[in-house]
Ligand binder design. Structure first.
Ligand SMILES: Nc1ncnc2c1ncn2[C@@H]1O[C@H](COP(=O)(O)OS(=O)(=O)O)[C@@H](OP(=O)(O)O)[C@H]1O
Length: 204
Protein backbone atom coordinates (compact mmCIF):
# COMPACT_ATOMS: atom_id res chain seq x y z
CA UNK A 1 0.00 0.00 0.00
CA UNK A 2 1.34 3.49 -0.79
CA UNK A 3 1.92 5.91 2.08
CA UNK A 4 -1.20 7.97 2.77
CA UNK A 5 -0.72 11.68 3.41
CA UNK A 6 -2.92 13.85 5.61
CA UNK A 7 -6.18 14.53 3.76
CA UNK A 8 -5.83 11.52 1.47
CA UNK A 9 -7.65 8.19 1.41
CA UNK A 10 -5.90 5.19 -0.10
CA UNK A 11 -8.27 2.81 -1.83
CA UNK A 12 -7.72 -0.66 -3.23
CA UNK A 13 -10.22 -2.83 -5.07
CA UNK A 14 -10.07 -6.56 -5.52
CA UNK A 15 -13.33 -8.49 -6.09
CA UNK A 16 -12.02 -11.73 -4.54
CA UNK A 17 -11.14 -10.28 -1.11
CA UNK A 18 -14.65 -10.72 0.27
CA UNK A 19 -14.62 -14.48 -0.35
CA UNK A 20 -10.97 -15.17 0.50
CA UNK A 21 -10.55 -16.90 3.88
CA UNK A 22 -7.18 -15.35 4.73
CA UNK A 23 -8.09 -11.80 3.66
CA UNK A 24 -9.64 -10.47 6.93
CA UNK A 25 -6.68 -11.51 9.13
CA UNK A 26 -4.17 -10.12 6.65
CA UNK A 27 -5.94 -6.78 6.23
CA UNK A 28 -6.44 -6.53 10.00
CA UNK A 29 -2.69 -7.12 10.52
CA UNK A 30 -1.93 -4.36 8.02
CA UNK A 31 -4.38 -1.82 9.45
CA UNK A 32 -7.23 -2.60 11.81
CA UNK A 33 -8.85 0.77 10.99
CA UNK A 34 -9.39 -0.14 7.34
CA UNK A 35 -12.89 0.58 6.08
CA UNK A 36 -14.35 -2.13 3.87
CA UNK A 37 -16.83 -1.60 1.05
CA UNK A 38 -18.56 -4.52 -0.64
CA UNK A 39 -20.95 -4.32 -3.59
CA UNK A 40 -23.52 -7.10 -3.41
CA UNK A 41 -26.32 -7.98 -5.82
CA UNK A 42 -28.97 -10.69 -5.95
CA UNK A 43 -26.85 -13.87 -5.67
CA UNK A 44 -28.85 -15.60 -8.43
CA UNK A 45 -28.21 -12.77 -10.92
CA UNK A 46 -24.63 -12.64 -9.62
CA UNK A 47 -24.14 -16.33 -10.43
CA UNK A 48 -25.54 -15.85 -13.95
CA UNK A 49 -23.34 -12.76 -14.43
CA UNK A 50 -20.30 -14.71 -13.23
CA UNK A 51 -21.11 -17.53 -15.66
CA UNK A 52 -21.60 -14.99 -18.49
CA UNK A 53 -18.15 -13.55 -17.81
CA UNK A 54 -16.49 -17.01 -17.86
CA UNK A 55 -18.43 -17.95 -21.00
CA UNK A 56 -17.12 -14.85 -22.78
CA UNK A 57 -13.55 -16.07 -22.15
CA UNK A 58 -14.15 -19.83 -22.54
CA UNK A 59 -17.06 -20.46 -24.92
CA UNK A 60 -16.75 -24.27 -24.49
CA UNK A 61 -17.68 -24.52 -20.82
CA UNK A 62 -20.70 -26.68 -19.82
CA UNK A 63 -24.17 -25.13 -19.54
CA UNK A 64 -25.19 -23.09 -16.50
CA UNK A 65 -27.70 -25.80 -15.51
CA UNK A 66 -25.16 -28.60 -15.56
CA UNK A 67 -22.70 -26.61 -13.43
CA UNK A 68 -25.42 -25.60 -10.94
CA UNK A 69 -26.47 -29.08 -9.90
CA UNK A 70 -24.51 -31.93 -8.34
CA UNK A 71 -27.54 -34.02 -9.12
CA UNK A 72 -30.19 -32.58 -11.43
CA UNK A 73 -32.83 -35.20 -10.44
CA UNK A 74 -32.60 -34.52 -6.69
CA UNK A 75 -32.00 -30.80 -7.32
CA UNK A 76 -28.85 -30.85 -5.17
CA UNK A 77 -26.91 -27.60 -5.77
CA UNK A 78 -23.17 -27.74 -6.31
CA UNK A 79 -22.04 -25.27 -3.64
CA UNK A 80 -18.41 -25.90 -4.55
CA UNK A 81 -18.93 -24.09 -7.88
CA UNK A 82 -17.47 -20.62 -7.27
CA UNK A 83 -20.34 -18.85 -9.07
CA UNK A 84 -22.71 -20.35 -6.43
CA UNK A 85 -20.32 -20.22 -3.46
CA UNK A 86 -19.58 -16.47 -3.77
CA UNK A 87 -23.28 -15.54 -3.37
CA UNK A 88 -23.52 -17.09 0.12
CA UNK A 89 -22.81 -13.63 1.51
CA UNK A 90 -23.75 -14.41 5.14
CA UNK A 91 -21.05 -17.06 5.30
CA UNK A 92 -18.35 -14.77 3.94
CA UNK A 93 -19.45 -11.92 6.20
CA UNK A 94 -19.13 -14.21 9.25
CA UNK A 95 -15.48 -14.61 8.38
CA UNK A 96 -14.94 -10.83 8.28
CA UNK A 97 -16.80 -10.26 11.53
CA UNK A 98 -14.16 -12.35 13.32
CA UNK A 99 -11.86 -9.35 12.76
CA UNK A 100 -13.86 -6.23 11.88
CA UNK A 101 -17.00 -4.70 13.45
CA UNK A 102 -20.04 -4.11 11.20
CA UNK A 103 -19.48 -0.36 11.64
CA UNK A 104 -16.34 -0.68 9.50
CA UNK A 105 -18.08 -2.52 6.68
CA UNK A 106 -20.41 -0.93 4.11
CA UNK A 107 -22.54 -3.04 1.80
CA UNK A 108 -23.53 -1.27 -1.38
CA UNK A 109 -26.60 -2.55 -3.20
CA UNK A 110 -25.65 -3.47 -6.76
CA UNK A 111 -29.29 -2.99 -7.81
CA UNK A 112 -29.50 0.52 -6.28
CA UNK A 113 -26.14 1.39 -7.81
CA UNK A 114 -27.93 1.07 -11.16
CA UNK A 115 -31.37 2.52 -10.26
CA UNK A 116 -30.03 5.31 -8.00
CA UNK A 117 -26.25 5.67 -8.38
CA UNK A 118 -26.10 9.05 -6.63
CA UNK A 119 -28.06 7.77 -3.62
CA UNK A 120 -25.84 4.74 -3.22
CA UNK A 121 -22.68 6.83 -3.68
CA UNK A 122 -24.07 9.24 -1.10
CA UNK A 123 -23.93 6.37 1.41
CA UNK A 124 -20.36 5.59 0.35
CA UNK A 125 -19.26 9.21 0.80
CA UNK A 126 -20.90 9.39 4.25
CA UNK A 127 -19.26 6.12 5.27
CA UNK A 128 -15.84 7.47 4.25
CA UNK A 129 -16.45 10.76 6.08
CA UNK A 130 -16.42 12.74 2.85
CA UNK A 131 -18.57 15.64 1.80
CA UNK A 132 -21.27 14.60 -0.64
CA UNK A 133 -19.46 15.87 -3.73
CA UNK A 134 -20.88 13.26 -6.11
CA UNK A 135 -24.59 13.82 -6.61
CA UNK A 136 -27.24 13.06 -9.20
CA UNK A 137 -25.85 15.97 -11.25
CA UNK A 138 -22.91 13.73 -12.18
CA UNK A 139 -24.99 10.98 -13.81
CA UNK A 140 -27.28 10.49 -16.77
CA UNK A 141 -29.00 7.35 -17.99
CA UNK A 142 -27.51 6.15 -21.27
CA UNK A 143 -30.27 4.43 -23.28
CA UNK A 144 -27.83 2.59 -25.55
CA UNK A 145 -25.75 1.22 -22.68
CA UNK A 146 -28.86 0.64 -20.57
CA UNK A 147 -27.00 1.89 -17.48
CA UNK A 148 -26.18 5.15 -15.74
CA UNK A 149 -23.01 6.81 -16.99
CA UNK A 150 -20.93 9.79 -15.88
CA UNK A 151 -21.73 13.10 -17.59
CA UNK A 152 -18.03 13.94 -17.48
CA UNK A 153 -15.18 11.54 -16.86
CA UNK A 154 -12.44 12.73 -14.49
CA UNK A 155 -10.07 15.09 -16.28
CA UNK A 156 -12.27 15.18 -19.37
CA UNK A 157 -15.34 17.01 -20.61
CA UNK A 158 -16.76 13.90 -22.27
CA UNK A 159 -19.37 11.49 -20.93
CA UNK A 160 -18.10 8.14 -19.74
CA UNK A 161 -19.85 4.77 -19.49
CA UNK A 162 -18.31 1.58 -18.14
CA UNK A 163 -16.78 -0.68 -20.79
CA UNK A 164 -18.16 -3.61 -22.80
CA UNK A 165 -17.33 -6.16 -20.08
CA UNK A 166 -19.81 -4.47 -17.70
CA UNK A 167 -23.46 -4.91 -18.47
CA UNK A 168 -23.32 -7.92 -20.77
CA UNK A 169 -26.52 -9.59 -21.93
CA UNK A 170 -27.10 -12.70 -19.80
CA UNK A 171 -28.13 -16.02 -21.37
CA UNK A 172 -31.69 -17.22 -20.71
CA UNK A 173 -31.69 -19.69 -17.83
CA UNK A 174 -34.44 -22.28 -17.32
CA UNK A 175 -36.94 -20.64 -14.87
CA UNK A 176 -37.02 -23.90 -12.85
CA UNK A 177 -33.27 -23.66 -12.28
CA UNK A 178 -33.62 -20.00 -11.29
CA UNK A 179 -36.40 -20.93 -8.84
CA UNK A 180 -34.30 -23.71 -7.33
CA UNK A 181 -31.45 -21.25 -6.83
CA UNK A 182 -33.84 -18.70 -5.27
CA UNK A 183 -34.95 -21.34 -2.78
CA UNK A 184 -31.36 -22.27 -2.07
CA UNK A 185 -30.22 -18.69 -1.35
CA UNK A 186 -33.32 -17.50 0.58
CA UNK A 187 -32.16 -18.59 4.09
CA UNK A 188 -28.66 -17.20 3.50
CA UNK A 189 -30.13 -13.93 2.22
CA UNK A 190 -32.38 -13.65 5.31
CA UNK A 191 -29.36 -14.16 7.56
CA UNK A 192 -27.44 -11.56 5.56
CA UNK A 193 -30.29 -8.98 5.88
CA UNK A 194 -30.29 -9.59 9.64
CA UNK A 195 -26.52 -9.24 9.95
CA UNK A 196 -26.34 -6.03 7.88
CA UNK A 197 -29.63 -4.49 9.05
CA UNK A 198 -30.61 -3.85 5.42
CA UNK A 199 -33.20 -5.64 3.32
CA UNK A 200 -31.72 -5.88 -0.13
CA UNK A 201 -35.03 -7.00 -1.67
CA UNK A 202 -33.76 -10.11 -3.44
CA UNK A 203 -36.56 -12.30 -2.12
CA UNK A 204 -39.56 -9.98 -2.52
N1 LIG B 1 -23.23 2.05 -14.47
C1 LIG B 1 -23.01 0.78 -14.80
N2 LIG B 1 -22.61 0.42 -16.04
C2 LIG B 1 -22.40 -0.88 -16.36
N3 LIG B 1 -22.52 -1.90 -15.48
C3 LIG B 1 -22.91 -1.60 -14.23
C4 LIG B 1 -23.16 -0.26 -13.82
N4 LIG B 1 -23.53 -0.26 -12.53
C5 LIG B 1 -23.51 -1.54 -12.14
N5 LIG B 1 -23.14 -2.35 -13.16
C6 LIG B 1 -23.03 -3.79 -13.05
O1 LIG B 1 -21.65 -4.12 -12.85
C7 LIG B 1 -21.50 -5.48 -13.22
C8 LIG B 1 -20.05 -5.80 -13.51
O2 LIG B 1 -19.30 -5.59 -12.38
P1 LIG B 1 -18.40 -6.72 -11.75
O3 LIG B 1 -18.47 -6.58 -10.29
O4 LIG B 1 -18.76 -8.05 -12.36
O5 LIG B 1 -17.01 -6.28 -12.22
S1 LIG B 1 -15.66 -6.98 -11.84
O6 LIG B 1 -15.25 -7.57 -13.14
O7 LIG B 1 -15.84 -8.00 -10.84
O8 LIG B 1 -14.82 -5.88 -11.43
C9 LIG B 1 -22.38 -5.65 -14.43
O9 LIG B 1 -22.89 -6.96 -14.39
P2 LIG B 1 -23.46 -7.67 -15.72
O10 LIG B 1 -24.71 -6.90 -16.06
O11 LIG B 1 -23.74 -9.05 -15.30
O12 LIG B 1 -22.38 -7.55 -16.75
C10 LIG B 1 -23.46 -4.56 -14.28
O13 LIG B 1 -24.75 -5.08 -14.06
Amino acid sequence: MPKTLEGQITMEKTPSYFVTREAPARIYAMSRDTKLIVVVRDPVTRAISDYTQTLSKKPDIPTFDSLTFKNRTTGLIDTSWSAIQIGIYAKHLDNWLQFFPMSQILFVSGERLISDPAGELGRVQDFLGLKRIITDKHFYFNQTKGFPCLKKAEGSSKPHCLGKTKGRTHPNIDPEVVQRLRDFYRPFNMKFYQMTGRKFGWDD
